[in-house]
Design a protein. Structure first.
Lengths: 306, 534
């Protein structure tokens, strides 16, 4: 039998709670500091408004040439970067300008390019233009979706398990979201609609992970009435450890395939998931599970144990 | 739950075949019609990001439509008062869409009220104040009517845009209202997004006004626009000398004689002399009568043809024109003329629209995404297969069969629900693969634990499935909750991701628990193997 984790493994996860929490808090603080340092999240056009135009050139082109082409149309604030591998000759033009009527904005970019390079020299492969109103709507919707998903899970776990479990689970989810957002901010990656989709997936995945361990704790609590809760939590985490690692590994393999082969459009999405899955597995083991013990101090379970 | 292995195998087979049956029309879209009729019409649609196309969110300026309505009502009220010989000093539309009337004395008030009750049930008196012996009455629309007007404006805009898109020729367009004043438009496969935006976003208000020839244009340009007249830009015409690129200006009578609403048809025609395209319009019966009268009354004057506030041409009326035919000329390209004919046929928008959101993806980028998506899905699958088989041996092979089946069910279910596959949707499939394995991992780990306690393979499998079931159920349900909120929140691609994730989770519950159990039961009960390869 091929085993990653020997069945008699007895790693003291609960004992590592304090350093784990300190590490997590430190990491989250670094993330928050990064967000503050960058002057807020690097919001993509979905939320901040503005336009992204993806252009593919037939022949060699440089960001400088593009920039000078755009100089004439008062879009100095736009950033221009190569998109994907250099041999693709693709560029992203981002402009933060939020014109009330987006038609004019994209038309302006198109005609400036046509003037500088000629109609046939390039192809506009993608346009994403979002006005300020929609951007605001989308931000509100995103926050609402995350908050509602959290609340719904809190209720479900509270209903299926106990309230103190639910608090630990949600705390782990908040941890995962904060860590992921922090890493994205540290790398100055864009925060887009797809990022929110990734965050929602991460909390789905992470809660899934947490539930499996909670389920084992619940089972062991019933089986070993006399045992110390601390020991039960430890045993439960150890018993499910190989499953936690295996599942994370398979999801990992899949995400690596997406990251390397999915192309630049899907890269950011896969990357956010990648970070979130690591954070999720970590928080399940080191945050969510020991937290049950922590809650026991404030909300002792009704069943008497020594 | 079902003891008989045969019965369970039958159920699994039927479901699998049903999924394949549902998925076939998606896989072979070009089947002959005779064969197609045996298959469901539903199929998986490609999202705009894969197929290429455009996503637009428009905002209808309902306030503008309201202003127009109030203006018309104010005019009608003025005429109504004159007709009934009620004395008044002024009737004016105010910026907040109220109508202010000044009456010379209190006595006229009852007359006004009578006219309001008889002819203008939509208006109500908001306030009255006496200023130096005169009565100042402010009228407002009834709240309910206001909402009606806004709704009608949105409905009419939807209708017009649908007409235009239909005539433009887009397969499977989606045009739906959003909220009070927004319209969401999805046009898959559009190759020229710019042209489509021009076509959809144009108000296309066609007006006929007389040119004011009694006053001097130069004088008006200096700022002395005579009362009852307006200045308007003209379109740049060909042949007016390339040196002078200034747009010509026109001084027009303010009154609109005829609008595009009186049109019956509009078609592209080619002029005999220069081979240039122009748009020939035909008025409806009433419009033709009006046009006949207007041209008859104004022979030798110039009639301006105005589209969206720009004078296209202002020909001299040589003689009365009966029959209801007219033409709009300008320096059109063939494509411009064709689009103009489309918007004129489809009618004008009741209010201007603004583009709030525009996303378009070119077809080549879509194909790129499909290729990369398919490749990463296949590689992702293979990696997971190899890993699971190395780890769980023959049991791993069983899990892989379940995974394949999971994919078949997922695609079948997506087809039958007419779901849309997007790029994040493909990621959702790949991710489902990763997560679907989880159910089997949970079962196998449990079974291993039971085997360690010395149970027979049959008992261990039994206990493994029973104990793991609740865990799988709870954990999958919480993931489903997240997927549901994703669906609620998401637009377009994100929604596609939520759909694949949801269907994938449900399908994986079936394949990972029900189907694998059949295989294990077959080997442990029927074949009675003594050692489990797990």
């Amino acid at each position: 039998m091929f085993e990653l984790i020997r069945p008699d493994t007895q790693f003291d996860f609960v004992g590592k709670m304090k350093p784990a929490v300190i590490a997590s808090v430190a990491f989250i603080l670094i993330g928050i500091a990064s967000v503050v340092f960058h002057g807020g999240l690097n919001l993509g056009v979905d939320f901040a408004g503005g336009a992204v135009v993806q252009v593919k050139f037939q022949k060699e082109a440089s960001t400088d040439a593009l920039r000078s082409a755009l100089d004439g149309i008062q879009l100095e604030n736009s950033t221009i970067q190569e998109f994907g591998a250099a041999e693709n000759r693709e560029f992203l033009i981002r402009t933060p300008e939020t014109a009330a009527d987006l038609k004019l904005l994209t038309d302006r970019i198109d005609s400036a390019l046509a003037k500088a390079f000629g109609q046939q020299a390039y192809e506009i492969r993608r346009v994403e233009a979002v006005g300020p109103k929609v951007g605001k709507d989308l931000s509100q919707k995103a926050i609402l979706a995350l908050a509602l998903a959290w609340a719904a899970m809190l209720i479900y776990i509270g209903f299926r398990f106990e309230f103190r479990y639910a608090v630990g689970g949600i705390l782990a989810l908040i941890h995962d979201v904060l860590v992921t957002v922090g890493v994205l901010s540290l790398l100055n990656m864009e925060f887009t609609l797809n990022t929110v989709a990734a965050l929602l997936t991460i909390i789905g995945f992470s809660i899934n992970d947490t539930i499996v361990i909670y389920d084992r704790i619940r089972e062991n609590v019933r089986k070993k009435i006399r045992a110390d809760l601390r020991q039960i939590v430890n045993v439960s985490v150890n018993e499910t450890l190989s499953r936690t690692i295996l599942t994370s590994l398979t999801v990992f393999l899949v995400l690596v395939a997406l990251l390397l082969l999915g192309g630049p459009v899907i890269f950011d999405f896969a990357f956010a998931l990648f970070v979130g899955v690591i954070a999720g597995s970590y928080s399940t083991v080191f945050i969510a599970s020991p937290f049950v013990l922590f809650m026991e101090r404030f909300m002792p379970s009704k069943r008497k144990r020594k | 739950m079902f003891q008989s292995i045969k019965l369970r195998t039958l159920i699994a087979l039927v479901i699998t075949l049903a999924a394949v049956y549902c998925f076939l029309p998606t896989l072979y879209p070009s089947l002959p019609a005779s064969v197609k009729s045996y298959f469901p019409k539903n199929r998986i649609h490609l999202g705009l990001d894969l197929q290429g196309g455009m996503h637009l969110v428009l905002e209808v300026d309902t306030e503008k439509a309201l202003e127009g309505t109030v203006e018309r009502l104010a005019n009608a009220l003025r005429e109504g008062l004159m007709e009934k010989r009620v004395r008044f000093r002024s009737v004016e539309r105010k910026a907040d869409n109220s109508i202010s009337i000044e009456l010379p004395s209190r006595e006229s008030r009852s007359d006004l009220e009578k006219i309001l009750a008889d002819q203008f049930p939509d208006l109500e008196i908001k306030s009255t104040e006496a200023v130096e012996g005169r009565e100042k009455v402010t009228l407002k629309f009834r709240e309910k009517r206001l909402a009606d007007i806004r709704k009608t404006t949105l409905d009419q805009s939807l209708e017009t845009i649908r007409n235009r898109v239909d005539q433009f020729g887009v397969t499977e367009p989606e045009i739906i209202p959003q909220g009070d004043d927004r319209i969401l438009i999805q046009l898959p496969g559009i190759k020229d997004p710019k042209r489509a935006v021009d076509l959809i976003g144009r108000t296309a208000l066609l007006e006929f006004k007389l040119v004011d020839e009694e006053h001097s244009l130069e004088d008006a340009l200096r700022g002395n626009v005579p009362a009852g007249s307006i200045l308007m830009k003209g379109s740049r015409e060909k042949g007016e000398g390339t040196g002078n690129r200034r747009e010509p200006m026109y001084l027009l009578k303010e009154r609109t004689l005829l609008t595009g609403q009186s049109l019956e048809n509009a078609q592209v025609k080619i002029s005999d002399r220069f081979g240039e395209p122009y748009v020939g319009i035909k008025f409806n019966t009433q419009g033709a009568k009006d046009f006949d009268r207007i041209t008859g009354e104004n022979v030798n004057k110039r009639l301006a043809i105005i589209l969206d506030g720009v004078v296209y041409s202002a020909p001299v009326i040589k003689e009365r024109i009966s029959g209801g035919d007219a033409q709009i000329t300008g320096a059109f390209s063939m494509e411009e003329a064709r689009d103009l004919a489309i918007v004129l046929r489809a009618g004008s928008l009741p209010a201007p629209v603004k583009i709030l959101e525009q996303r378009s993806v070119g077809p080549s980028l879509g194909q790129d995404s499909i290729d990369k998506g398919v490749l990463s899905t296949i590689i992702g699958f293979l990696l997971v297969f190899v890993f699971i088989v190395i780890y769980y041996r023959w049991s791993g092979v069983v899990a892989c069969i379940a995974l394949m089946l999971n994919l078949v069910l997922l695609l079948g279910a997506m087809a039958i629900f007419d779901a849309t596959l997007t790029l994040p949707g493909i990621a959702g499939i790949v991710l489902t693969v990763g997560m679907a394995v989880d159910a089997n991992v949970l079962i196998f780990e449990r079974t291993r634990e039971e085997l360690r306690t010395g149970k027979t393979p049959r008992a261990a499998v039994d206990a493994g499935y029973t104990k793991a079931f609740l865990t799988i159920f709870d954990s999958n349900l919480t993931t489903l909750i997240a997927a549901v909120f994703l669906f609620q929140f998401g637009s377009g691609p994100v929604k596609g991701f939520a759909v694949t994730l949801t269907i994938g989770i449900i399908a994986s519950m079936f394949t990972a628990i029900f189907v694998t159990r059949i295989i294990f039961d077959y080997f442990t009960s029927t074949r009675k193997i003594e050692k489990l390869s797990i």
